[in-house]
Every structure is written in C-alpha cells, then in structure tokens.
Design a protein around this ligand. Structure first.
Ligand code: UD1
Ligand code: UDP
Length: 360
C-alpha cells in the first residue's frame, strides 16, 4: 500500500496526474493534511481533476511553520504506524511535504519524492529548506528535469534519482485545450484574448512585509499601463493587501483582484493572456508550456529552462524592469517553447513505474 500525502493547491494538481496510474498497480491511501482548506484552494481541484476523495483529512490548517508542520506530523504518525504503508509518496516543497518526509523517515518507511532535486539555492525561501530536507530523507527521487538530476548528483544523491518528467506538465498538455473549450471565464470577466495580463503572487518574501508588498503593488500597477491586470489573489496575499489598505488604488490603476480560480478557469485565463506576472513555480512552467511570456517576480527560479528558452524573465519587484520586459513582448521573447524539457506527458505513469520497480 502506498500512502500519498497532499495538502496544498499545487499538490492536488500533481496528484491528479499520478494517482490513477498508481491505483492501476497499488492500493493508495490518500491523506489530505488540511494545509489548504478553502473550497477554492482545495475541494474544487478534487472535483474538477477527478482526484479521488481523501481517505483521511488531518485538518492541520494554517499557522507558523512549527505549528503547522507539527500538527501534520502529529496527525500523520498513527496512519504511518498502522497499517504500515510500503512507501510514502510526497510532492513538491511545502510544509506538508516536509512533515511527510520526517514522519516516514522516523517510522523507517521509504519515501518517494515527486519534484525531487529542484533548487533555487535561496535558503531564505521556506520551500528551499523543505526540499533539501525532503530529498535528503527520500529513498527514491522522481525528478522533473535534467537540471534536477544534476542538482541531486552534486549533493551526492544522484544514485537514487530518476528522470520521469514533470507531472504538472502532463495535466497542462491534456487539459489546456479542454480548458479553452469548456471554461467561460473570459466571457464572465468580459475579457478578449491577448488584451489582458494575468498576475499571481503568494511568496512570503513578496507579500508578508508591508514595504515589499507596496513594491509588488507598484509592479502590478505599472504593468496595468500596458493592459488590464487580472489578479486571482491567494488568500495570504488578499489578507495582506487588505491590511495595507491598497485595494482601492490597485483597482483604480487597472489591477483587478478576483478570488482564486479553479484549475480549468485559471488555465483558460493563463492561455489567453498576453503575459503573466507571477512568483508561483507551477505558473511559470504552465506559462512556458502555453507559449505565454512570463515575468517572474523573484530573483531566482527552480525552472531555469523557462528562462533559458527566453520565455521567462526574472524581474524581481522592479516596476521598470517589469514594464521594460512587457514592452518587448510586443515582439517575441525567444524561441518557441520546447515542451520536451518537461517530459512527454507521461510523467505520472513513469512515477508509478519507478515506484513499482523500487518496491520490486
Ligand atoms: C503554501 C506553501 C507554498 C506553496 C503554496 C501553494 C509552505 C511553507 N508554503 O504557501 O510553498 O507554493 O502553499 O499555494 O508550505 N489561507 C486561507 N485559506 C486556505 C489556506 C490558507 O485563507 O485554504 C491563508 C491563511 O491566512 C494562511 C495563509 O493563507 O495563514 C498562508 O497559507 P499557508 O498554507 O501557510 O502558506 P501558502 O502561502 O499557501
Ligand atoms: N492555480 C489555479 N487557480 C489560481 C491560481 C493557480 O488553479 O487561481 C493553479 C495553477 O494553474 C497551478 C497551481 O495552481 O497548477 C500553482 O499553485 P500555486 O501557485 O499556489 O503554488 P506553487 O506552484 O507556487 O507552489
């Protein structure tokens, strides 16, 4: 039996690409940590993407890192003890991932890590800490890119690394055209394709400090001079913008804050956009695969292929750098995307195969 632990929006997307392949070979016990709990960050992904309902909900909720990670560990521990899984499957780099890696390691249950080997080399990001620990403790590293494999080799972990491709890309390839047909989000928002920009932001480094958040707002307002900015705001960000009292000026300058969207609506919105501004890992990659130029609101990225291909620029929180990059987009940023760098759309199946071969 495989115990899969998920808990955040991008992990539901990743599990959607893997779970059905896993269930062709194994019994899967799906555990939801409860790190994300709002319908628009959780339930909607299970419904839209056909992820089976969780067998257990740990209800960890929000909190500082220690409280949240500890709550997940405390609730997970008995599930890993009995019935003891043959393997724990964890995704990405969140506190849910870290808690899963720690509990499994102490119970001496092997862990397979999907999205192993990703590095920003910036330890100020909580995700970087989570990734490094999860990889150190994992028995099987399922890597999305060659860069990830090389990172693990440098850390002496290459022997257990397998290049399977990117599981989010599997879904983007299949569901991108479906979203174009099925979602009416552009009509609902009164938008014409290519006449707007999409923005998302939720990194603590960008939104937690009021001064930094002001700069983020400035970048968005400056970008809105080129085209209206549609901003499906993560609840962390929405709360901080409210406390700052910056809602009205964003709105006045053409930055339209809306609630987070479900996967199909967001995918349609992204694929129809002239450009995307984001600090999300998943969104950078999905923009690349959709051929939508991306400005990343960070100084580093784990998804270096998007930058090397010319479709992603790291602009940090510099309004002028963002505006300059947006102007250039009238031309073209680089060569057309090479979807092959993120796999062939079969990463989910290969994850299941690698786990089967690992367990013998
Ligand atoms: C987490 C991950 C991040 C990932 C992101 C995906 C960590 C350290 N961070 O960041 O790597 O990119 O998920 O979206 O694990 N909140 C709600 N409703 C919810 C969930 C959260 O209102 O359903 C609010 C709460 O105020 C909470 C805040 O958002 O305090 C932050 O949530 P949290 O899960 O701690 O971190 P994220 O910013 O979502
Ligand atoms: N996403 C979504 N609705 C939104 C914003 C993002 O469905 O309003 C999807 C997006 O398509 C991608 C995933 O959520 O598949 C990315 O999650 P997020 O940005 O929260 O996390 P990260 O990838 O940075 O860890």
């Amino acid at each position: 039996m495989i115990l899969t632990l998920v808990g955040n929006r991008p992990q539901f997307v990743k599990a959607a690409a893997v779970s059905r392949h896993l269930r062709e070979r194994f019994d899967e016990l799906l555990v939801h940590s409860g790190q994300h709990y709002d319908r628009e960050l959780s339930e909607i992904f299970f419904e839209e993407l056909g992820v089976p309902p969780p067998d257990h909900e740990l209800g960890a909720g929000s909190g500082d890192h220690g409280k949240q990670t500890g709550a997940i560990m405390t609730a997970l521990e008995p599930l890993v003890a009995r019935p003891r899984p043959d393997l724990c499957l964890i995704y990405g780099d969140t506190n849910t991932t870290l808690a899963g890696a720690l509990v499994a390691a102490k119970a001496e249950v092997p862990t397979a890590h999907v999205e192993a080997g990703m590095r920003s080399f910036d330890r100020s990001m909580p995700e970087e800490v989570n990734r490094v620990v999860a990889d150190r403790l994992s028995a099987l590293h399922l890597c999305p890119t060659e860069t990830a494999v090389a990172n693990l080799e440098r850390e002496g972990l290459g022997g257990r690394a397998r290049l399977v491709g990117d599981v989010m890309a599997d879904l983007a390839m299949v569901l991108g055209p479906v979203a174009d047909r099925r979602s009416d989000v552009l009509d609902r928002l009164g938008l014409e394709p290519r006449a707007y920009i999409v923005a998302t932001a939720h990194r603590p480094g960008n939104v937690d400090d009021p001064g930094t958040l002001r700069r983020l707002c400035e970048v968005l307002r400056r970008a809105a001079r080129a085209a209206p900015v549609i901003f499906p705001a993560h609840p962390r960000t929405r709360e901080r913008i409210r406390s700052l009292g910056a809602e009205a000026e964003l709105d006045a300058d053409g930055v339209r804050q809306i609630s987070p969207l479900g996967y199909l609506d967001f995918t349609r919105l992204l694929r129809g956009a002239r450009a995307v501004l984001t600090d999300s890992g998943g969104v950078q990659k999905e923009a690349y695969l959709a051929g939508v130029p991306c400005l990343t609101l960070r100084d580093t990225t784990e998804w270096v292929e998007t930058v090397e291909g010319g479709w992603n620029r790291l602009v940090g929180l510099d309004p002028e750098a963002a505006a300059g990059a947006l102007e250039e987009l009238g031309e073209r940023l680089g060569d057309p995307p090479d979807p092959g760098v993120y796999g062939r759309g079969d990463a989910g199946r290969r994850v299941a195969e690698e786990i089967a071969s690992f367990l013998g």
